[in-house]
Design a binder for this molecule. Structure first.
Ligand SMILES: Nc1ncnc2c1ncn2[C@@H]1O[C@H](COP(=O)(O)OP(=O)(O)OP(=O)(O)O)[C@@H](O)[C@H]1O
Ligand SMILES: [Mg+2]
Length: 221
């Protein structure tokens, strides 16, 4: 759970920006993040830039392959550090430059995935994982985080394959869902919780409205 120190750090951590909007999608496996990120990107056209985590840089894509390799055992601490290393590269090389150009950067997962999966579900501690990521990203935080809330059973009933994280099943997804609920409740200004067990078009309409509202409230260029 977020304590006062982390809440303060959340408020103080963002390096000042003059333009752009950083939107992230979060939620358990199969909640519809990739679907909604794609729909938002298509709706916004050229002003949008889509990224995925981990990935998007030379290091990030290799880290992604490593993390998804079922035969490579990785302990929770190393897993959290690898995600942060990929995120660090993505922030410096892709996300910050695009924001500086005034673009809307749309990320399929970001920092909060590490807080929910590694910090809470794997038991490393939300504060610890947050601090490590703050260092890795120079304190870059999303302007808007869309939480696609769905029951793990409903999500599991959707089509799916399987990798390391997904293979651990419903118990883990339940812990992650509860972690997301707590994170969203602790920072209502940044998070927007959307019921994701509905047709994709309905969800998309709410996402678009949230993005427009965030843009209207964003600092002027
Ligand atoms: N609103 C929806 N209703 C029903 N099915 C959906 C909806 N959105 C996406 N799906 C389907 O559910 C599956 C998972 O969606 P998607 O890949 O977008 O989720 P995800 O959160 O990115 O999953 P992952 O965590 O595995 O990357 C896909 O087969 C997709 O077509
Ligand atoms: Mg996805």
């Amino acid at each position: 759970m977020l304590g006062h120190a982390t809440a303060t750090a959340f408020a103080a951590g963002t390096v000042a920006r003059v333009a752009g909007l950083f939107v992230t999608f979060e939620g358990i496996d199969r909640s519809g993040k990739t679907t909604q990120a794609r729909m938002l990107c298509e709706a916004l056209g050229d002003q949008a830039l889509a990224v995925r985590e981990p990935g998007g840089t030379a290091v990030g894509e290799r880290v992604r392959d490593l993390l998804k390799e079922p035969h490579v055992e990785i302990a929770p601490h190393a897993e959290a550090l690898l995600f942060a290393a990929a995120r660090s590269e993505l922030c410096r090389q892709v996300i910050r430059p695009a924001l500086e150009q005034g673009r809307v950067v749309i990320s399929d997962r970001f920092l909060d995935s590490s807080l929910a999966y590694q910090g809470e579900a794997r038991g490393l501690g939300v504060e610890e994982v947050f601090e490590m990521n703050r260092w890795a990203t120079d304190g870059l935080l999303p302007d808007l985080t869309i939480y696609l809330a769905i029951d793990p059973h409903a999500a599991a009933a959707r089509a799916g394959g399987g990798d390391r994280i997904e293979g651990e099943g419903l118990a883990l997804q339940g812990r992650v869902a509860r972690a997301y609920e707590r994170l969203a409740a602790a920072d209502a200004g940044r998070w927007r919780r959307i019921d994701a067990d509905r047709p994709a078009e309905e969800i998309h309409a709410e996402v678009l409205a949230a993005v427009e509202a965030a843009r209207a409230g964003a600092p002027a260029a």
